[in-house]
Design a protein around this ligand. Structure first.
Ligand code: C2O
Ligand code: CU
Length: 475
């Protein structure tokens, strides 16, 4: 019905010359959907604990953690008017979207942060299908830790769900990590904790799945479900496992991979994975999403409770997702070569680095809140790290000479992982955020096809704040 009437509108517009169809929708008419950032509360800790005051996004009513799911088809526009009802300036970044630069939300590089009481209109095309998220990109160490993150799903162009070998249902799982006190309040006096920043970052004590502690999720025996898993934590790397569910990976950071079995899945902050699971058919009624909190002891963070009729098996093979078909592939026959050297942090440190136009020793850097450096500079936002001409293939060697892993994120582009020492089965994956272990080197390549000023930073937000942030320019 809707598509029919839309088609007749299109026909009518074509008859009138069609030009009006292409004009930008008016932003002044007040009809833009709202995305409000405001204080709210959420029951993060298990039942029996008080609810937690958070900062959260809402499209209507009170804000939720995670923020409301925004869902559209690849190639469609996202249009939202951010209303800032927070006590601080803010901006929204649409993580992983190959977006128009002015809409990237990377304050203060691509827009000024939006002051309390003011608004900003986001209006852009999401070109590629996949699992994405949006989050605050101003004072993000604090604002994301307080809850400002939500789900952004760009649906496949071609039907996948329900097709032979595909899943019949999908479920978004947002994983988060919270540092709560014994009254379930967010610990607020440690935003500048340099000790945490020089180690693995701000580590929480409560892991939630879709904003709840230890939720129980329903599944039918034999049911094939597509999980869209998002690590929205500020700093925690999530090692995950889904035993007894025949877990197969089908996409990383939104980009399809050939379906492959996955025993352990490691998601750095901001990374996503789409996983297909099959409900157990062995008569057992429970299965678990397990997390290794870092000591090798797997704990259940969500349960899958089996009930209902056993569904017929959908077969051993999983149908691959439709290809993007929109990403230019790097030409490696003469790329522009760039390097990114990561230094600093506890147990290794750095002798000196440039900060704010001056070369400083370790102590002076720390006095300025800087404990990390990219290519010998801490949070140098005055000059781009490099410039690339539009259409040029950039090859980057990312070397981590610190004792901690880092999750390096490039804005505005997806890149191919060409090599990754020490980790099997990662080459050829296309991502927007790559995890690089201590003393590891990763080579990536991408076509710099998106004009503008793009951030490159560690997505451990404590590291980003304390030195691991820079930008590159595509002109
Ligand atoms: Cu997910 Cu610069 O961000
Ligand atoms: Cu880092």
């Amino acid at each position: 019905m809707i598509s029919l009437s839309r088609r007749s509108i299109l026909k009518a517009a074509a008859a009138l010359g069609g030009a009006t169809l292409l004009s930008r929708p008016s932003l002044a008419d007040g009809s833009l959907p709202i995305l409000r950032a405001a204080p709210s509360s959420a029951q993060l800790a298990p039942a029996g604990y008080p609810s937690t005051p958070v900062w959260a996004y809402a499209t209507e009513g009170a804000g939720t953690v995670p923020g409301p799911e925004i869902r559209l088809r690849a190639g469609e526009r996202i249009r939202h008017r951010l209303i800032n009802d927070l006590p601080q300036p803010t901006a929204v970044h649409w993580h992983g979207i190959r977006i128009e630069n002015a809409m990237d939300g990377a304050a203060p590089l691509t827009q000024a942060p939006v002051p309390p009481g003011e608004t900003f209109d986001y209006d852009f095309v999401a070109p590629d299908p996949g699992t994405y998220w949006y989050h605050s990109h101003n004072r993000s160490t604090e604002q994301v830790a307080r809850g400002l993150a939500g789900v952004l799903i760009v649906e496949d162009r071609e039907l996948w769900l329900g097709e032979p070998g595909a899943a019949t249902r999908e479920l978004v799982l947002v994983l988060d990590d919270w540092l709560l006190d014994s009254d379930a309040r967010i610990v607020e006096d440690r935003w500048d904790d340099l000790h945490a920043a020089s180690h693995g970052g701000r580590m929480g004590n409560t892991v939630t799945v879709n904003g709840a502690a230890y939720p129980e999720l329903d599944i039918q025996p034999g049911e094939r479900v597509r999980l869209r898993i998002i690590n929205a934590a500020t700093d925690r790397i999530m090692s995950l496992s889904l035993p007894h569910l025949s877990a197969r990976l089908i996409a990383l950071d939104g980009y399809p991979v050939m379906p492959r079995g996955t025993d352990t899945l490691v998601l750095g902050p901001a990374q996503r994975a789409d996983i297909v699971i099959d409900g157990r058919m062995d008569g057992e009624t429970r299965a678990s999403l397990l997390l290794d909190p870092g000591n090798g002891e797997w704990v259940e963070i969500a349960g899958f409770i089996h009930s209902g009729d056993t569904l017929p098996s959908r077969g051993a093979d999983v149908r691959p997702l439709p290809a993007w078909g929109t990403l230019p592939m790097p030409d490696l026959s003469g790329p522009q070569r760039e390097t990114l050297l990561m230094e600093g942090g506890a147990m290794r440190g750095m002798r000196e680095a440039r900060f704010d136009g001056k070369t400083m020793g370790f102590r002076e850097l720390a006095a300025n809140g800087m404990v990390w450096a990219f290519n010998g500079a801490a949070n140098d936002m005055n000059e781009p790290m490099f410039r690339a001409a539009i259409g040029r293939t950039v090859h980057m060697e990312l070397t981590n000479s610190s004792m901690f892993p880092h999750a390096i994120h490039l804005h505005g582009h997806h890149f191919t992982v060409l090599s990754k020492s020490g980790t099997a089965n990662m080459e050829g994956d296309v991502r927007d955020t790559v995890l690089i272990g201590a003393d590891e080197t990763v080579e990536i390549a991408f076509v710099a096809d998106n004009p503008g000023a793009w951030m490159i930073h560690c997505h451990m937000l404590s590291h980003q704040k304390s030195g691991m942030m820079a930008w590159f320019e595509v002109t």
